[in-house]
Design a protein. Structure first.
Length: 637
């Protein structure tokens, strides 16, 4: 397997949950447990149509995705699940209901939302509860589905013991009326629909058992006097940097880090060199570590802000070095006990997601930023240290660090001996939020197998029921009726016809939702132990809906296609109806396929092969077929 992991690793199990269930998952784990590595594997190996988003530009760049606000085209501010007054609106509070009512996405964006199967949100610890409810409301509205997130599977990745969500005091005074805390898990949609919590536990960043144990006890609010005393042995207020050991200082504020770096650079005699980053295309997510204006001197201490992408990797995110020489724009970096490195410029890309002609979700690069992948490294803020790994660091866990952030700073360092504490650490500065501790209930690894089998079974039933989804018939009809020439023609017969078709499809959607709810309830009672009962319901529904779609939709469309066009508007409508007919016939053919899916018993060991076979068939363009139009009354309604 990739990454040197065994085939039965937790990584493979999580990949199975992604591809073969519709569980919404919260994937967590302490710093250095491989969350980023797993995300990369999911992007490379999962068969689902996915999008990766993150709350900030920095996080989106690291995940090679886009920001949540950019993807959903959301303004900055807070989102309230209820009515709000004018005063609150002026304060930057936005009503979720009003936002959904005013949605005006392009057809391309709507198609993207409808094709989406997996939404990955990285660095979920920084995402607020109100934003989760906003995402849920948007996806339900666009996909015309009342299931959580419109039926899109969620994978939320992050560590709640790291950087928390940011909320202004005046905004929380309002949001606090309906939310218990700002964390994502307080979103109403999450509270009503609990996530499957899976925790990665093997630490790759720290290898010292003693240090790992201390970090674990800090996370769980269980640090004892012995561990605290061991940690405070690293207290050295008089520590002075040397030529060989000049550790980076982790601070709480940008201004402090910038002041330290500038002062240290000014202390170095010699010429100052300026390197300006180059931007091309649309580079919206500019919140990256790289400097637009990078100022360096020979002798300056720097750190790398990217991993080396070459085969022979010579640096990693957070590696410290020194500028040995700068000549003719050639920058050489020196490291203790290593060969010098000639630095090359790196690129950061800005992405957006679209669907191609086959309705496959593709990620397109829309912009690029070129700059040397380094920055001054005498000091760095705790926020900008996220994702970095240091061999040595100086931490001042005094008054400037808010409760709970000391853990983030400590976990940046590989070893206990790599720590230098400028102030002693007390239990108060290590205290984690009780909301987080109370929420965290990850499943045990030995429970995952049964959960996976149950999840696969539920997913199979959902795949069958998806054949009875008629929302696309409605959205594709809207494509026909909203064509400018058709709208401008304002022909009364067309208005009557469109209203008839629209009403017929909406009625079918209501009936289908009721039918699906009945089948799901039956499944909850019997599981797959009584497949014949499920199959009987499905066969009856196939006959009923096939008849109704033929009679109420397809016949009406065909009737208008057969009429000899008298003008250009009629000609255009016929052309549009010919394309629409293919969609209707495809939906009928999917209905008829549903009749065959659960005819034979399926053993648990065959669930994955069943899902793979079904997905292959469903992604192959079905031949149009109207099937037998049997007149049968469905007894379910």
């Amino acid at each position: 397997m990739s990454n040197g992991l065994p085939s039965n690793s937790i990584f493979d199990r999580i990949l199975s949950f992604i591809d073969y269930t519709n569980h919404n998952i919260f994937l967590t784990g302490k710093a250095g447990t491989g969350k980023t590595t797993l995300l990369k594997r999911i992007k490379e190996e999962s068969s689902k149509k996915m999008v990766v988003v993150a709350p900030t530009g920095v996080a989106a760049m690291n995940a090679k995705g886009t920001t949540i606000n950019s993807f959903f085209q959301l303004p900055s501010g807070s989102f309230y699940p209820g009515e709000i007054g004018l005063e609150d609106l002026q304060s930057g509070i936005i009503s979720i209901q009003s936002m959904v009512s005013d949605l005006s996405y392009s057809k391309e964006k709507t198609t993207l939302f409808n094709e989406l199967e997996l939404l990955i949100i990285d660095e979920i610890s920084m995402v607020r509860c109100d934003l989760m409810d906003m995402i849920d409301a948007i996806l339900r509205a666009v996909r015309k589905s009342n299931t959580p997130f419109g039926g899109v599977q969620l994978l939320l990745i992050g560590d709640l013991y790291q950087l928390p969500p940011v909320v202004k005091r005046e905004e929380w005074a309002f949001l606090g009326r309906v939310y218990a805390s700002p964390y994502f898990f307080e979103g109403h949609v999450i509270r009503r629909n609990p996530l499957l919590q899976i925790e990665l536990t093997t630490v790759f960043r720290q290898t010292e058992p003693e240090f790992v144990s201390i970090l674990n006890s800090i996370r769980n609010n269980q640090i004892n006097e012995k561990d605290l005393a061991l940690l405070n042995k690293r207290y050295d207020p008089q520590f002075l940097s040397t030529e060989d050991l000049n550790p980076i200082i982790i601070t709480s504020h940008n201004a402090e880090a910038n002041a330290i770096n500038k002062a240290k650079l000014d202390e170095i005699a010699g010429d100052e060199y300026t390197f300006t980053g180059e931007t091309s295309g649309e580079f919206r997510d500019a919140g990256i570590q790289a400097e637009q204006i990078l100022k360096l001197k020979e002798g300056a201490q720097i750190m790398f802000i990217k991993n080396d992408s070459g085969d022979n990797r010579k640096f990693y995110n957070g590696k410290i070095g020194k500028i040995k020489s700068i000549k003719d724009n050639d920058i050489y970096i020196s490291f203790p006990h290593e060969d010098d490195l000639l630095l090359e410029r790196s690129s950061w890309q800005s992405f957006e997601y679209k669907t191609d002609t086959e309705k496959v979700i593709v990620q397109q690069q829309i912009g690029e930023f070129l700059q040397y992948p380094i920055k001054l490294a005498w000091a760095v803020t705790i926020h900008k240290s996220q994702g970095l790994t240091f061999d040595h660091a100086i931490i001042d866990a005094g008054k400037s660090f808010i409760s709970g952030q000391v853990y983030v700073a400590l976990s940046r360092v590989r070893t206990l001996n790599g720590l230098i504490l400028k102030s002693k650490i007390n239990t108060e500065s290590l205290r984690s939020n009780l909301e987080v501790i109370n929420y965290m209930k990850p499943v045990k690894e030995e429970e995952l197998e049964n959960l996976l089998v149950n999840g696969q079974e539920s997913f199979i039933l959902q795949l069958v029921l998806n054949h009875f989804s008629f929302n696309r018939l409605l959205s594709e009809l809207h494509t026909v009726t909203s064509q400018p020439d058709i709208v401008r023609s304002n022909i009364p017969e067309y208005s009557i016809l469109f209203n008839q078709l629209r009403k017929a499809i909406k009625d079918l959607i209501i009936l289908s939702d009721r039918f699906q709810a009945q089948v799901i309830n039956l499944y909850k009672q019997t599981g797959f132990s009584d497949l014949p009962a499920l199959q009987t319901r499905i066969e009856s529904a196939v006959i009923y809906f096939t008849k109704e779609i033929n009679m109420l939709v397809l016949n009406q469309v065909n009737k208008n296609i057969r009429i000899k066009p008298k003008n250009k508007v009629q000609q255009e409508l016929q052309h549009l109806f010919q394309k629409y007919r293919l969609e209707v016939e495809h939906r009928i053919s999917l209905l008829q396929k549903a009749e065959e899916l659960l005819k034979e018993p399926i053993g648990a060991k065959n669930y994955t092969s069943w899902i793979n076979k079904h997905n292959t068939q469903i992604n192959t363009k079905a031949k149009s077929s109207t099937g037998n139009q049997q007149s049968t009354t469905l007894q379910l309604f």
